[in-house]
Design a binder for this molecule. Structure first.
Ligand code: FES
Length: 178
């Protein structure tokens, strides 16, 4: 996945909107490639899939998984659902906010409570995003989170600090190599 150089929306759509593919499949493919779904891709997507612009926009905005702007260099997604709450995810969220100087994003208007984070300059000058999720399927290993898509279980504040340091270092290396 190349999150630094973004292909033109028309090229993205041409590449991924193959016959027989659903809108959701195409959106996933685009986001897998670029890290987000460019707003400029809505019109070519609608044309390619014979849908209205409103239909494409509605799907993108309904599923909180889809982003319409580039992701932060480091994205932390913390599970805030019941099992993780019972194992200290809220205290962990407080630690994460205090440690990074960033805040978890607010809920989406349509009520999914996820809220994509806003890119925030956090630890060591790296753009950091904090997001809440509601169950990662790791309830027996809670509290659970992902950092840049990698799942981590039984996360303690100390473990989080080490994981974040590693992610920030890795993000710096990726940036240097780009
Ligand atoms: S409740 Fe957190 S992983 Fe299921």
């Amino acid at each position: 996945m190349n999150k630094t150089l973004h292909p033109a929306p028309d090229d993205l759509v041409h590449r991924h909107a193959q016959p027989g593919r659903t809108l959701l499949a195409v959106l996933h493919a685009i986001q897998d490639e670029t890290g987000f779904v460019p707003p400029d891709a809505v019109i070519p997507l609608a044309k390619a899939l014979n849908l209205s612009r409103a239909e494409v926009h509605g799907v993108i905005s309904y599923y909180h998984h889809f982003r319409t702007s580039p992701p932060a260099a480091v994205t932390v997604q913390l599970c805030r659902a019941e099992a993780c709450r019972s194992m200290g995810s809220e205290a962990l969220a407080g630690h994460i906010e205090a440690h990074t100087g960033c805040r978890f994003a607010q809920a989406h208007a349509h009520g999914d409570e996820t809220g994509h984070a806003h890119g925030t300059e956090g630890t060591q000058g790296t753009a950091l995003a904090l997001e809440s999720l509601y169950c990662l399927g790791q309830c027996a290993l809670s509290p659970a989170m992902t950092i840049n898509g990698t799942l981590h279980a039984k996360v303690t504040p100390q473990k989080f600090d080490a994981l974040l340091d590693a992610a920030v270092t890795a993000a710096g290396k990726t940036k240097e190599a780009a």
